[in-house]
Design a protein. Structure first.
Length: 423
């Protein structure tokens, strides 16, 4: 069943965030009297970002430490600058890793922290995209309409709704319809999945088509009310490629995304990591363009989330950078060294994951070189082999047996004589 609660490994994350969104909506609708999804999305994004703030601090701190210890790293890189052999490269990696271990940081500089946030952010996106699945009161607004479609079209309900979406070119509901076509048994939940992507204007048109506009006009009015945002923007509808106030949402999303990436790019360049800096410079332009495209084509509510999320990320980066720019980094490095040493003692001298990887890499290289030497020596011995008189007699005895030069038979004959002589 597609409605719409996220399944799989992301299911628990989405369920937790969905309960948070439901709580925010109920508090605003009941106590403050603000039953507006735009406001809910903003508050929801702010709360989630605050919960992730400790991870962001850890990430920024790791990047700052890596920035400060770059002179030590660059000294090692300069030492091995003109040495491109495998052994020298392995030694360079080992010495660089020793520096990172000394300060209790890593080459990735906080990337692990970013990876931890990915399932949370993706689950957050799924909740925003499928609000009726997580907010019971909003689900109740769509339910009577979906039941009416199921009642009037029965087993053909999926065909009807799919054809309606195609004929009216409701692109925001395309994915939901494609998923609907794969479902064996259609339920009310599946229909709500599609209806929640319609937008109010398309819902009115659908009810007129069904002849139930008077019956469900109150439900559509409530849906319109909770989706109406500033300047008359309806967050259930995609801005599209037409001039309207709704275009402000994708524009601000792209702008904040660009500024956020620019700040991150500055930090990457400061660490001396040329590869990371080059990649970030490329993403500085591609990510805002992607954000602009997504927020134009998807419902404006997704764009509100992206805009607020990008703005908070930018603000967080600026605050954390300003904080560490006024800290005594020498003192922070001393504390890091002490923590790293304490951690090593606590682990009983066990090597870190990166150290084990380096050791395994060195062992594999040594084994490869050993095999190559054995193969080389065997080939040289076979090439220089001269049969003894006794072996030669046996060869003469079989002189009527002719082997083509270089054939498997001739090589096998030589190896047989060679092995016998060695024994």
């Amino acid at each position: 069943m597609f409605l719409t609660t996220q399944g799989g490994i992301l299911g628990p994350f989405a369920a937790l965030l969905g309960k948070l969104f439901d709580l925010i909506y109920n508090l605003l609708a009941n106590d403050a009297g603000i039953a507006n999804l735009g406001v809910c999305i903003i508050l929801f994004t702010v709360i989630v970002k605050l919960l992730l703030f400790p991870l962001n601090i850890k990430q920024q701190k790791s990047m700052k430490i890596n920035q400060v210890i770059q002179p030590e790293i660059q000294k090692i890189q300069k030492k091995y600058k003109d040495k491109k052999d495998q052994e020298s490269m392995m030694k360079q990696q080992a010495e660089v890793q020793a520096i990172y271990d000394k300060y209790g940081t890593s080459m990735t500089g906080g990337c692990l922290t970013s990876f931890i946030q990915i399932p949370i952010i993706w689950s957050l996106y799924r909740v925003i995209q499928n609000i009726p699945a997580y907010v019971s009161k909003i689900y109740g607004m769509y339910e009577p309409i979906a039941e009416s479609i199921m009642k009037s079209h029965g087993d053909k309900a999926a065909d009807f709704i799919s054809k309606y979406v195609d004929e009216n070119k409701i692109t925001s509901a395309t994915y939901a319809v494609n998923t609907l076509k794969k479902v064996d048994e259609i339920t009310v939940n599946n229909i709500i999945d599609v209806l929640s992507k319609f937008g109010v204007s398309n819902l009115h048109q659908l009810l007129d088509n069904l002849g139930t506009a008077d019956q469900f006009s109150g439900h559509v009015d409530n849906i319109n009310k909770i989706h109406s945002f500033i300047l008359g923007i309806n967050i259930s509808e995609a801005p599209g490629y037409k001039l309207s106030w709704a275009l402000l949402i994708p524009i601000t999303s792209a702008l904040f995304q660009y500024l956020s990436m620019k700040v991150s790019n500055t930090n990457s360049n400061a660490t001396g990591n040329e590869a990371a800096g080059s990649m970030m410079k490329s993403m500085q332009f591609t990510m805002p363009l992607m954000s602009l495209f997504i927020c134009i084509t998807l419902p404006a509510g997704i764009g509100v989330y992206w805009s607020i999320s990008a703005f908070i990320t930018l603000l967080t980066q600026l605050i954390i950078n300003a904080y560490y720019d006024h800290q005594d980094m020498d003192k922070i490095l001393e504390e890091q060294m002490a923590k790293a040493e304490e951690k090593r003692k606590k682990n009983g001298g066990k090597k870190s994951f990166m150290q084990r990887m380096m050791d395994n890499s060195e062992a594999m290289q040594e084994e490869l070189e050993k095999r190559q030497n054995i193969k080389k020596n065997s080939a040289a011995s076979l090439k220089n082999y001269v049969p003894s008189d006794e072996s030669q007699k046996k060869v003469d005895q079989n002189k009527n047996k002719k082997y083509k030069e270089g054939s498997i038979g001739s090589k096998a004959n030589i190896m047989m004589n060679y092995n016998k002589e060695e024994n």
